[in-house]
Design a protein around this ligand. Structure first.
Ligand SMILES: C[S@@+](CC[C@H](N)C(=O)[O-])C[C@H]1O[C@@H](n2cnc3c(N)ncnc32)[C@H](O)[C@@H]1O
Length: 306
């Protein structure tokens, strides 16, 4: 066996076994990997709080809502956030700035009110003005004991094995960041979103189509693994589902949405596409160079009028 083959065989065996742990004991798998949703690296509470503030600012920058108008935009809005990670920091900022309530739904039980995450919350609270801070404190069961948990009238955190909200016609704004590329059934997630949204609601998502560290020499070579092997190795771990922008476009249209904006955030080099093309797995062979190059995008969409 060549060193290359031996390395691949070892990787496949390890990945298939850990996929079974993730399938039958998702909680244990999360504890084992130390996953936060923001990666596995060490991060301070200040860095995590800054990340949430950046996410919050990015949503409004992309929606074209300037900072003085955020309060009016959010007032009375009910929000659905898919995949908040280990702390609903964005949800907290949304309520602080005027949203009525946020439902967070995740497929994995990542949320923890650990000492570090309570420090993140304190950092977020300390950056708010008095009125916003009072609103943010109303998100907790006890403002004096943040670790006691969130008040469900303000922030409801749900775990569903499918990651679906099950809501009907009650949401004004849907959000996600670095989530859709992980969902196991993207048509089901878009159908859930559509049912959850009111007729005039909008959805905004940032999607990361990179390999998440699962490529070797070319940023697109993770698209060479045959689909059955990729599923055997990763289907229960929430790693990228490998769907490309082409598939998103058709799922979005089939689910009954109009695209308001779809804007690439990162493009692979044309040379990388050319190098990887002869080895691509079946689902990716028919894609255009332009779609293969897309390594991430912002999507804003609304429900199509009947
Ligand atoms: C990379 S993390 C991003 C977390 C957070 N949005 C952030 O920006 O830090 C992906 C998140 O999506 C969640 N997730 C994976 N599959 C999901 C699904 N089908 N529905 C909802 N959330 C899902 C993961 O558990 C995790 O919380």
């Amino acid at each position: 066996m060549t060193p290359h083959l031996a390395r691949d065989a070892k990787r496949v065996i390890k990945a298939v076994l850990t996929n079974q742990i993730a399938h039958f004991a998702p909680g244990a798998y999360i504890r084992l990997t130390g996953e936060t949703g923001r990666g596995l690296g060490e991060e301070s509470s200040g860095q995590a709080a800054s990340y949430f503030r950046t996410c919050f600012d990015d949503y409004f920058a992309k929606l074209g809502v300037s900072p003085p108008d955020i309060r009016a935009f959010l007032t009375g809005k009910r929000i659905l956030e898919y995949g908040p990670g280990d702390l609903p920091g964005v949800a907290l900022l949304m309520v602080a700035h005027g949203a009525e309530a946020v439902v967070c739904v995740d497929r994995f039980p990542l949320m923890q009110l650990s000492e570090k995450n309570v420090a993140v919350i304190h950092d977020l609270l300390s950056s708010l003005g008095p009125e916003q801070r009072l609103r943010a404190e109303s998100c907790f069961l006890h403002a004096a004991d943040l670790a006691a948990g969130f008040h469900p009238d303000r922030i409801r955190y749900r775990i569903a094995p499918s990651g679906l909200s099950g809501l009907h016609d009650e949401i004004d704004l849907v959000l996600s960041r670095a989530v859709l590329e992980h969902v196991n059934d993207l048509p089901a997630t878009f159908a859930d979103m559509h049912t959850a949204m009111k007729h005039d609601a909008i959805a905004i998502h940032q999607v990361d189509l990179k390999s998440h560290g699962l490529h070797q020499t070319n940023p697109l070579d993770f698209l060479t693994w045959p689909e059955y092997l990729w599923r055997l190795m990763y289907s229960h771990k929430g790693v990228p589902n490998r769907l490309r922008i082409t598939t998103y476009r058709s799922i979005i249209a089939q689910a009954g949405f109009d695209v308001i904006a779809i804007e690439p955030t990162l493009l692979a080099e044309t040379a990388d596409v050319r190098t990887v093309r002869p080895a691509l797995a079946t689902p990716f062979r028919q894609l255009t160079d332009e779609d293969l190059r897309c390594l991430g995008f912002w999507l804003i969409c609304s429900k199509r009028a009947n």
